[in-house]
Ligand binder design. Sequence first.
Ligand code: ZN
Length: 542
Amino acid sequence: MVALIKVKRWLFWLSWLGFFLFTTIIGPTLAKTSSPHNVRESRKLSAAINSGFNWEEKTSNLEPGISPSFSGLNSKEAEERYLIRVKGKQNQLQELASKPFDFASPLSQDCLDIIVTEKEIRELQTAGFQLEIIQREREAAAQALDPLYHTYEQTAAFLQQMEKVYPPIAKLWIIGQSTRLGLPIYALKISDNVLEDEDEPAILVDGMHHAREPLGNEICLAFIEHLLGNYGREPQVTRWVDDYEIWVIPILNPEGYKYIVDNNLASPWWRKNLRDNNNNGKIDPDYDGVDLNRNYDYNWYYGGSTNPADWTYRGPSGFSEKETQAKRDLALKEKFAISVTYHSYGEEVMYCWSWPGTSARAPDHDLIYEMASEMAKRISNEAGTGNYALARLSGANQSPIWMYGALGTIEFLIETGTSFIPPGYRVRPIVEANLKGLFYLLERLKGPGITGIIFDLLAHRPIEAEVSVPAIDNYEYIKPRLNNAKTGRFIRLLRPGKYTLLFTAADYRSRLFSLNLGQEMVSQDIVLIPEQAIQSQRDKGK
Ligand SMILES: [Zn+2]
């Protein structure tokens, strides 16, 4: 026994030495020689260059796995965490739900699942909460990741394979690198004429802001497979691919996920990325990392925790993390009409928004609520007893809040499943159920609503303009909605009814457009006249 411990200790130091060598000598050297960022033959599409975004095309000689492996890296034992279920009165639980705890699932009728430390358990008990320990993290650690799940490297290989097999309709991009390890963040674009930036409505699907929630990745990959595999066979899929620009980011938090997997699930509940909060060059599971879904710069100040040790640490500033920057930059450029961000768990469709301290709803509440309900209706729960529930998302620094508040993209956050990493046999039914919700959204993009290109009358080129529905848009809560600056495309989903839209752009005469909308998607290009032209016409008349 003593000998075994000695061997273990020896192995431990050896692996630690390996990590030290990697981080100080081998890693940086590798980064210089074989990092994808330095691959010279990496061509960039003119679209990306023109728009000023420094994206990199995925290169075929990119070798996944150049990043450090974490086996034995836990030089410091992480503090034990517990998954607890808190019961109490609805108002008590609501109060608790507003605190920056690491919630495993959103608030349901009578309970709330939270990941806590021993200290927090004592605090909650002192505060009078009834709680039950569901699992210790170390118990969860004993279970290996089912091979059914795609690791980060397998996901990268899968995406590269998809691009290779379906080159006319699939294009792989690296939209950024993870904050600490510089791991590529992949986004697969699916569309006809995929190499072009077409003026088509765009939709985004992403997974894994949180490291411990790989169901999001599996849904993204199944979605990709469904679209590519059925293009040209299934009329519905063919239309989606032909008519839309579809973007999928399966793993937004690659280094956090890798930390879990390479550690053989020693920290299966890891949530954040790996930002070195105390700058000591080591991974301190009790101190490092930023909660990416508390890092979006919309009411950033009002959500998450300011304490780096907390698992909901929102980071030093809004968009401080390269992962959220990557999603932000893609979203700013594409101006997605709709998006879905997958999390786990809780079997809920979360939508925008509840506003801190007020009863204010999202300006587009009726539309958003309708879409959320229609989607939730189609996603059956695991127990087979019903469908996903609905919940409003608090209007602070989470991704859907920024997407909607800043850009007008209607983003839904879906809490999939009933645990973070369910056993393999339970994955497929969860994925299939969620795809049904996603397919509804793709269909909803066909209307009701209005879409078109905004043109300059004289130059007859697309221009960037603000599109508002004054009866709906409340600029106390949202930022002006802009169209796609490059293609001129605007799209505004609406419910049937009468609307007046206002189109404005600097140095152009504003324009109103009235609409009596039924069930269709009205296609209407908008021509704006430069003020200068109106002025010179006037001068001529004098
Ligand atoms: Zn999550």
